[in-house]
Design a protein around this ligand. Structure first.
Ligand code: AHM
Ligand code: MG
Length: 336
């Protein structure tokens, strides 16, 4: 049987199932092309002169790596002229990027974290790109980047597509258009993303957790309790031994959970309370929560379903607990 490429998958979602529009199909293809270019740049590493600091800070005050800047540029340039977008927003840009007047304007809004897990770039550990697609509200004011921010402030339930690319031993694209979760692997010789898994499901139970343990003393009581119970193993109240993994690239940690289950937590803690959390709602938590729910998992802040949150700011941060449903419900229950 012929291989199912990303293009063919999208055509079927559009033509046969009517799940996506022609413009959304184009958008996802363009994002995937930019991700291929990012994958190639990452693959060159030190030989391509792309490692190290860019010498600038982003809006969150974090030092940008050369690859953060490059990945952001690839995504902006690829998506600017196709006529499918109304505006774009990125972790690496203070304000939204509106589409220049010389190009037609489309009906979608694209948000991305161009290179997630940047602290791992220089040490050759998996990093990724995360993206989220919303519809631009009718009549939205896009006359200035400042005004355009308002159009993006929609809850995650409004997403029409979300995905991530993992740049690991293989480059994978994991996607949802609200019709389950599918995985494509980049065939480097052909230059095409080819379907390698469909209808991905996260097992409801797990024995694997992911959290940055160095923050332990800063966590709230419910997370303290949950992690203690997991560490108590077979003899403890949960009655089983757990294993721990923490890549420090959300994409890699979430992909492991997509593949074999697990729970990922970057909860609210005393260190990040003032900022609202560590991870960003609109281009990290929301797309991952959409994917995880589409794969049968759950995603909460500990207190509320992530996808229901009404964003107040583009770069808003949020606590994140996601993955295998029964474990996420357990720890969310501990929050009362
Ligand atoms: P980034 O977008 O600046 O790379 O930060 C997000 C990353 C996530 O990928 C990861 O889960 C987390 O930050 C790791 O944080 P820490 O270094 O505190 O463990
Ligand atoms: Mg990130």
């Amino acid at each position: 049987m012929a291989r199912m490429t990303l293009s063919r998958y999208l055509i079927e979602e559009q033509r046969e199932k009517g799940v996506i529009t022609a413009d959304l199909k184009l958008l996802i293809e363009v994002v995937s092309r930019a991700c291929k270019a990012i994958s190639i740049a990452i693959g060159k590493g030190g030989l391509g002169g792309v490692l190290g600091e860019a010498g600038s800070d982003n809006v969150q005050g974090e030092a940008q790596k050369k690859l953060d800047v490059l990945s952001n540029e690839y995504l902006l340039e690829a998506n600017e002229w196709g006529g499918h977008l109304a505006a774009m927003a990125s972790e690496e840009m203070d304000l939204p990027h509106t589409i220049p007047h010389r190009y037609p304007q489309g009906e979608y809004l694209l948000l991305f974290d161009p290179l997630d897990g940047s602290s791992n770039i220089d040490v050759n550990i998996s990093v990724g790109t995360i993206f989220s697609v919303l519809k631009c509200p009718e009549g939205a004011d896009l006359s200035t980047p400042e005004a355009a921010e308002q159009a993006f402030l929609q809850p995650g339930t409004q997403q029409v597509a979300a995905g991530y690319t993992v740049y690991g031993p293989t480059t994978l694209l994991v996607l949802t258009v609200g019709d389950g979760v599918v995985e494509f692997t980049l065939d480097r010789e052909v230059g095409a993303f080819v379907l390698t898994r469909s209808a991905m499901r996260i097992p409801e139970d797990t024995k694997e957790f992911a959290i940055n343990m160095s923050n332990r003393r800063h966590w709230e009581a419910p997370v303290q309790r949950y992690v203690e119970e997991m560490q108590a193993g077979k003899e403890g109240p949960l009655g089983k031994d757990y294993n721990m993994r923490w890549v420090a690239s959300m994409v890699a940690d979430v992909h492991r959970i997509m593949t074999r289950g697990g729970i990922f937590m970057y909860p609210i803690d005393a260190k990040t309370r003032d900022k609202g959390g560590k991870l960003r709602l609109m281009y990290e938590a929301n797309p991952m929560a959409f994917l995880v729910e589409q794969a049968g998992g759950a995603a909460t802040t500990g207190y509320r379903r992530i996808l229901d949150l009404q964003p107040e700011k583009l770069h808003q941060r949020v606590p994140v607990i996601l993955g295998s449903k029964n474990e996420v419900l357990r720890v969310t229950g501990y929050h009362g």
